[in-house]
Structures are given as structure tokens and as C-alpha cells.
Design a protein around this ligand. Structure first.
Ligand code: NAD
Ligand code: UD1
Length: 339
């Protein structure tokens, strides 16, 4: 049982992972600068688990302070979630993205070396497969990116691989998430993006509660089952459990590894709309719109390596994703502002 630092720990995926870590007997410590999250999430985690996790307000760019935290909290592993993640914004503000995500990762690795911490789990993304990959995506596919956000993830991975060559005792797990959706079934924690959502599920959720009028379906002429884009949506509960398995594998002394976390099942935009309508009893007003620049027809995981290395398979269905997203959204239409 280990003390594990979660950078970006009060964010969407970090909060769900904290719940699983606590339930597995670990002690997560949540470090965040709250640029895209709320400290109120800690009380919600306590409501779910009975344990109030420690929250530290800090920027990962502050290497000196981070090093101190690693030492004083006796940290054995870091899960590095902290990053900016909006693709469109990264095109507008590339410097902010490279500074926060790439320099932030350098700072984390530097602090780890200074404090003698040897295990890191990185939040990577299916975005590293670029636009030329042919699904199902395998971990040994060539990496590329089509926007600054994606570039930062390619770079973050590469930096960690290079540092691990030089530092023989460093062990890493790169987790390439496909499309995380849903919420804890209690409806106490979930995702509430600031501003207009870029991603499909948060947009659907906001239409369902009346925050947005209608969804634009970006293209219906793709070579897919119904012409709309296909993605591999993974319930955040499954994703969070994958982190516990990954960190346990590292702490058990195994070698570094890189795995996809996805279901392996493609789901179209229209299928997701219908599943959400079924789960929520709401009608999701939608209009077919032109394709979104940079989108591809189909992206889904080859989930076999995660099964082999971590014995990881997903347990939640698309209907579960929609049900839990709806419970969260309908109880917290304004996110943690309602707390
Ligand atoms: P999120 O925005 O909810 O969480 C990220 C957290 O990091 C936020 O709480 C934010 O305040 C914090 N943060 C950002 N910069 C920081 C800094 N410099 N110092 C301290 N804290 C900082 O996002 P999420 O969906 O939970 O994503 C977590 C990670 O997973 C990110 O690295 C993201 O790129 C990656 N990822 C997310 C998705 C997705 O669709 N949600 C998909 C693939 C990969
Ligand atoms: C997004 C990110 C990608 C990230 C991935 C995982 C973009 C451009 N890319 O991609 O970097 O790794 O999430 O979280 O943001 N759609 C609509 N209407 C909408 C929104 C989306 O029809 O309002 C469609 C899209 O065209 C796509 C599908 O829904 O076919 C999923 O879109 P989205 O949720 O943005 O995820 P990705 O495109 O996979």
C-alpha cells in the first residue's frame, strides 16, 4: 500500500482514480493548481469513500516545491494527470500548451530525480496515433500528432522514454486513453468542462439539461455504420481502475510499459445520441453539420496488450456510460458550483 501523488488529481480522471486508489488501500495525495478543477471534489471523494484525501494547491512547474512534497509525503509513485487538454485552444495558445504540458513533465521528472521517486504513470492519449493510423490502434504504431495538444503528448512520452534510458531505476507506465466518458455511479463526481464543450459526451449532457440548445453532428458521410464518426468510449470507472492496475504493476517491480486503455468497440455519434436518449429519457436535439476539421472517420483501440499485461478488460457498457453521465449531469447541472 503506497502513498501516490496525483498531479492534476482534482480533475475529472484524477478524482475517479483517487476513489479507486483509496478503495484499494492506497493513499492518494491530490496536487493541483485548480486551473480546470475545483477543490470541492475532495469532499465528494470523502462522501464516496469515507476518506478525505489530502489536497495540495501547487503548480507542477514549481519544481522546488514539488520536490519537497515528494519527500515530506514519502511518495512512492506519481500519476501525472496535470495537463491542458483542449485541442482547439492548443492551436490558439501553443506556448501555453508546450509550457504547461511539456515543461510540466520536465519539472515532474526533475523533482522525482531529486527526491528519489522511481515510478511514474503518464496520462497519454489515443491522439498520439495521429490521423494516418488504421484501427484497431496497436501500441507499436508510429506516433504523430495533428495539433499542439497532441504534439505535447507525443513529446511527454518521448521525454519519459529518454529519461528512463539514462536513469536505470526509473519505471514508467504510459496509458493511452481513448475517449473517457461517464461518471461515478453515485453522481457525486464527474466532468464539467468550462465554457462550450468540445467533446461529444459533455455536449450531449449539456443539451440534455437545457444548457445548450442542440448538438451539431459533425459529418454523416464517413465510411462507418451510419456515416457518423466512430470512437472508442471508455467509462471513466474502467479507466480509473486501469490506473490502479498499472501502478500496482510498477510497484511490484516490473518493467516499464505502454498500453491502450479502451474497449476495442467503435461507437458512432448517432449510436451515442440514441443510447443517451434511452438512458436519460430526454430528447437530444441534433442537426447534421459539416465535418469538423482534423477529424477522422474511426478510432478505436486494440485492447489486447492491456489485457495481457494488466489483465485489464472493461466492465461498463455504453448504456452504463450514458446512465452515469446523466445521473451526474442532472444532479450537478453546473458542476461543482452546485456543491
Ligand atoms: P482535467 O482538466 O479535468 O484534469 C487535469 C487537471 O490538471 C486539472 O484539475 C487542472 O487544474 C490540473 N492542472 C493543469 N495544469 C496544471 C499545472 N501546471 N499544475 C497543477 N495542476 C495542473 O482533465 P482530465 O480529463 O482529467 O485529463 C487528465 C489527463 O488525461 C490529462 O493529461 C489529459 O491530457 C489526459 N487525457 C484526457 C482525455 C479526456 O478526454 N479527458 C483523453 C486522453 C488523455
Ligand atoms: C478528442 C480530441 C482528442 C482526444 C480525444 C479523447 C479533438 C479535436 N480531439 O477527439 O485529442 O484525444 O478527444 O478524449 O477535440 N462530435 C460531434 N459533435 C460535437 C462533438 C463531437 O459530432 O459537438 C463527434 C466528432 O466529430 C467525433 C465524435 O463526436 O466523431 C467524438 O468527438 P470528441 O468527443 O471530440 O472526441 P475525438 O474526436 O475522439
Amino acid at each position: 500500500m503506497a502513498n501516490i501523488l496525483l498531479t492534476g488529481g482534482t480533475g475529472y480522471i484524477g478524482a475517479h482514480t483517487a476513489v479507486f486508489l483509496i478503495e484499494s488501500g492506497h493513499t492518494p495525495i491530490l496536487l493541483d493548481n485548480f486551473c480546470n478543477s475545483s477543490p470541492k471534489v475532495a469532499q465528494r471523494i470523502e462522501q464516496i469513500t469515507g476518506v478525505l484525501p489530502k489536497v495540495i494547491e501547487m503548480d507542477v512547474l514549481d519544481t522546488t516545491a514539488l520536490t519537497e512534497v515528494l519527500k515530506t509525503e514519502h511518495i512512492e509513485a506519481i500519476i501525472h494527470f496535470a495537463a491542458l487538454k483542449a485541442v482547439g485552444e492548443s492551436v490558439e495558445k501553443p506556448l501555453a500548451y508546450y509550457q504547461n504540458n511539456v515543461t510540466g513533465t520536465l519539472s515532474v521528472l526533475d523533482a522525482m530525480q531529486r527526491a528519489g521517486v522511481h515510478h511514474i504513470v503518464l496520462s497519454s492519449s489515443a491522439t498520439v496515433y495521429g490521423e494516418k493510423g488504421v484501427p484497431p490502434m496497436r501500441e507499436d504504431a508510429p506516433l504523430s500528432a495533428t495539433n499542439p495538444y497532441g504534439q505535447t503528448k507525443v513529446m511527454m512520452e518521448q521525454i519519459i522514454r529518454d529519461v528512463a534510458v539514462a536513469q536505470k531505476d526509473l519505471r514508467y507506465a504510459m496509458l493511452r486513453y481513448f475517449n473517457p466518458v461517464g461518471a461515478h455511479p453515485s453522481g457525486l463526481i464527474g466532468e464539467h468542462p468550462r465554457g462550450i464543450p468540445n467533446n461529444l459526451m459533455p455536449y450531449i449532457q449539456q443539451v440534455a439539461v437545457g444548457l445548450r440548445e442542440r448538438l451539431s453532428v459533425f459529418g454523416n458521410d464517413y465510411p462507418t455504420a451510419d456515416g457518423t464518426g466512430e470512437r472508442d468510449y471508455i467509462h471513466v470507472m474502467d479507466l480509473a481502475r486501469g490506473h490502479v492496475l498499472a501502478v500496482a504493476r510498477l510497484l511490484a517491480g516490473n518493467d516499464s510499459f505502454t498500453v491502450n486503455l479502451g474497449t476495442g468497440q467503435p461507437v458512432t455519434v448517432l449510436q451515442m445520441i440514441h443510447a443517451f436518449e434511452q438512458a436519460s429519457g430526454q430528447t437530444i436535439a441534433h442537426t447534421i453539420a459539416p465535418r469538423r476539421a482534423g477529424d477522422v472517420a474511426s478510432v478505436y483501440a486494440d485492447p489486447n496488450l492491456a489485457k495481457q499485461l494488466l489483465n485489464f478488460t472493461t466492465e461498463y457498457s455504453v448504456n452504463d456510460m450514458c446512465r452515469d453521465a446523466w445521473v451526474w449531469q442532472s444532479r450537478n447541472p453546473n458542476g461543482y458550483e452546485d456543491a
